[in-house]
Design a protein around this ligand. Structure first.
Ligand code: PEP
Ligand code: MN
Length: 340
């Protein structure tokens, strides 16, 4: 559908006509092919927070579309939002993380949009790292007949605090792409990073991996923004970010050099899996010992020791602590299962 990368840029929320038009104009100048984003109905965590200007902002978005020729996208969280947007002439709609997590609302929205190829629907991942919920939401829209669906990775709320507002957990979008190779996948580095200074790093990582584009928040004066002030980029910072994105091709041709490196990876994986099997075998022996001595399987202090030691090791070797923790958790869970 798109010949090159797809960019959806604009403020977290539409706040005033002047803010919407001024932001759109400067973005359009630096990225003429980009879509403009702005939320009208904001599902906020806290009841007192700014919850969007609502319906009256539709007119401002339509002005952006008509005056700049820039297609606009906004979030829909109820069937009424869908009807209002479609009647106003908005054809790019996104489903926010909180709505993706709500199958009854998703079903109602899907039935309201109905079978169409006139709407492009962007489906953000659910708040929690639950790939089934993300897939289920995409399936509901497919079954309703929505033809153009794009997935948006905006990070996940996890049990542990990480360097990010929402941990990327890159394995989940990769699994989504494995299951739906033809589905376009965008990254929303703003909601992952949570801080303007960290947005660029995530954006570059996503484009290096091979995402099909980005959704990025940009505000003419981020310090005055009524929502997500900390993570919105100034137009200048957005311009710089767009300049630094890596140009990579999706060429899948393989030469001898790449084939050789892949062979090494396969050999290392064989050795790694042999070691994991050995580890599980020892875990089984420990399980037998605990059974004989009537000890419980989970010994929290021992696990805490292994985890702390390995995270310190990760830091020392410059390996991501998040990744080391995930691998260790998976291995530990397999050991516990073996012992039980
Ligand atoms: C947003 O895009 O401003 C938003 C609320 O995003 P999310 O649903 O990813 O939290
Ligand atoms: Mn936001």
């Amino acid at each position: 559908m798109y010949s090159s990368s797809l960019f959806i840029l604009g403020p977290c929320s539409a706040e005033s006509e002047q803010q919407v038009l001024a932001t759109a104009a400067v973005i359009h100048d630096m990225a003429p092919n980009a879509l403009f984003r702005a939320g009208l109905w904001k599902p906020r965590t806290n009841p007192g927070a700014f919850s969007g200007v609502g319906e009256k902002g539709l007119e401002w978005l339509i002005k952006v579309q008509d005056e700049l020729g820039m297609p606009v996208a906004t979030e829909v969280a109820t069937p009424e939002h869908v009807t209002l947007c479609l009647n106003a002439g908005i054809r790019h709609l996104w489903i926010g993380a909180r709505t993706t997590s709500n199958p009854i609302m998703v079903q109602a929205i899907a039935e309201t949009i109905g079978a169409t190829n006139e709407v492009t629907l962007y489906v953000k991942n659910p708040i929690n790292p639950d790939i089934a919920l993300w897939l289920g939401t995409i399936e509901r829209f497919k079954e309703a007949g929505v033809k153009n669906i794009v997935a948006v990775h905006r990070g996940f709320s996890t049990l542990y605090s990480t360097a990010w507002r929402n941990a990327p957990v890159w394995s989940i979008p990769m699994e989504l792409k494995r299951r739906y190779p033809d589905l376009l996948l965008l990254c929303d580095p703003s909601h992952i990073a949570g801080e303007a200074t960290k947005v660029c790093e995530i954006a570059q990582e996503a484009m290096t991996i091979g995402y099909d584009g980005l959704m990025i928040e940009c505000h003419i004066s981020p310090d005055k923004a009524l929502s997500d002030a900390a993570q919105q980029l100034t137009p200048d910072a957005l311009g710089e970010l767009l300049q630094t994105l890596p140009a990579r091709s999706k060429n899948i041709a393989t030469d001898n050099e790449l084939a050789g490196l892949r062979q090494q990876i396969d050999e290392i994986d064989d050795a790694l899996w042999q070691l994991i099997l050995q580890r599980l075998d020892v875990a089984q022996q420990i399980g037998n010992y605990k059974r004989t001595h009537k000890m419980t399987v989970l010994q929290s202090e021992r696990y805490e020791h292994i985890l702390t030691h390995r995270l310190a090791w990760a830091k020392e070797h410059g390996v991501s602590e998040d990744i080391v923790r995930q691998v260790l958790e998976a291995i530990h869970a397999a050991s516990i299962k073996k012992q039980v």
